[in-house]
Ligand binder design. Structure first.
Ligand code: PMP
Length: 407
């Protein structure tokens, strides 16, 4: 079924503006997606009518805010098909979700000489927390190499995976290349040696159908702002049996059962991991993002984005001097590239002058850029509200820019 893109676009106020005298073409969706009006309205409605602290209040507003807040948790459970709402923990974002696992699971279960396995294409937020943990614990961080196309080398993964591996933490879809990793097989293999698996779902959750029970992953981390939702909000999914044996993350209100100066007992999951007043308004508004995605349907979103990706790749590949970076067989709608003889930043500036927003640089994946011997790339990433006519303009502008150095 083909989507009514004009109708979808009409739901996103930010898209209807000019930049440098040109209609905005927003192709920086892997950095953050735009928000539908329903999300923006839900946020202001919360502050206009419902604002109250949750879980403890004995009054109508507190009850209402608590109900709306917990409704979002149920929507997230449904969105990733978790068994129960208790497995859904609210965080600030993917970064905090990964840090939470490093600080709790990592501190308790990773010991001297243990190994943690990541891949070459990880975002810094799935590298640095493990480096910090490994330094503290004298554990070892190992890295799965990737091919020239930007796919993990399966044989190397199998070789690196041993009885010493306690955790495999891997990105589902690369923000810099678009590569979709074979997560289900990775989880199955990791479990054979008794390792737990964390999936960085920052980029995959907006494009792919995610079913944590089918994947059988132990953790899934993602951010609301890449899912048409608010910034500063994320999710950590964890299997109940793993969350229950993990110590709390931060200490404070909400995460306790009883406190005395002699002894404190901790709350049940997920509250054990949610110290302090959470980001109530954004959590409540996030439900509208999930409703928006559900209404369109993940499979229609995916086929529209696949279509855009193919269409853009066909056009761009024709351009003399166009160098794609990352040509994996399975990709989400991300195109990373360089133009022969030009700095990615300059290409980005020239596209911006045409109203086209892309990302340039290392995309928080410096080791990946080093793997390709690059300083950075230009990245165009597509979302459900993008159209083929916008891609025509990207291709036309890139062709004109490439001509400067590639006559
Ligand atoms: N992992 C990946 C693959 C990402 O793309 C991002 C965001 N660029 C992150 C992790 C970090 O997400 P956040 O900044 O929302 O915590």
């Amino acid at each position: 079924m083909s989507l009514n893109i004009e109708k979808i676009r009409s739901m996103f106020p930010v898209l209807h503006q000019e930049v440098h005298g040109r209609p905005l073409i927003y192709f920086d969706n892997a950095a953050t997606t735009q928000k539908p009006k329903s999300v923006i309205d839900a946020l202001s409605r919360y502050y206009e009518f419902d604002n109250a602290n949750i879980h403890r209040g004995a009054h109508a507003l507190a009850d209402r805010a608590t109900r709306y807040f917990e409704n979002t948790r149920e929507s997230i459970r449904d969105f990733i098909n978790a068994r129960e709402e208790a497995e859904i923990i609210f965080t600030k974002g993917t970064t905090e979700s990964i840090n939470l696992v490093a600080a709790t699971f990592g501190r308790k279960f990773i010991h001297k000489g243990d190994e943690i396995l990541i891949s070459t294409m990880e975002h810094h937020s799935n590298i640095v927390p493990w480096q910090m943990l490994c330094e503290e614990k004298e554990a070892i961080l190992k890295v799965i190499p990737i091919t020239e196309e930007g796919e993990i080398i399966w044989e190397s993964f199998l070789q690196l995976l041993t009885e010493k591996t306690k955790l495999v933490s891997i990105v589902h879809a690369s923000n810099a290349l678009g590569t979709i990793n074979p997560i289900k097989n990775i989880v199955a293999k990791a479990h054979e040696v008794g390792a737990k698996v964390l999936i960085d779902g920052a980029q995959s959750t907006s494009h792919l159908d995610i079913n944590v029970q089918e994947l059988d992953c132990d953790f899934l981390a993602f951010s609301a702002h890449k899912l048409y939702g608010p910034t500063g909000l994320g999710v950590l999914y964890g299997k109940r049996e793993v969350l229950e044996i993990m110590p709390p993350y931060q200490g404070g209100g909400e995460m306790i059962k009883e406190v005395s100066f002699e002894n404190t007992t901790f709350n049940e999951i997920p509250f054990k991991f949610e110290a302090g007043t959470p980001n109530i308004g954004d959590v409540i508004a996030f439900k509208k993002s999930l409703d928006f995605i559900k209404e369109i349907g993940k499979s229609d979103i995916k086929s529209h984005e696949d279509d855009l990706l193919q269409y853009a790749a066909n056009g761009l590949n024709e351009i003399k001097g166009f160098i794609p970076v990352g040509t994996a067989k399975e990709k989400v709608s991300v195109i990373s590239f360089n133009i022969q003889g030009m700095h990615p930043f300059d290409v980005g500036m020239m596209l911006d002058a045409k109203g086209i927003a892309v990302r340039t640089g290392h995309h928080c994946t410096q080791p990946l850029m080093q793997r390709f011997g690059l300083e950075g790339t230009v990245r165009a990433s597509f979302a459900v509200y993008n159209s083929k006519s916008e891609i025509d303009q990207l291709v036309e502008s890139v062709a004109r820019i490439a001509k400067i150095k590639n006559k």
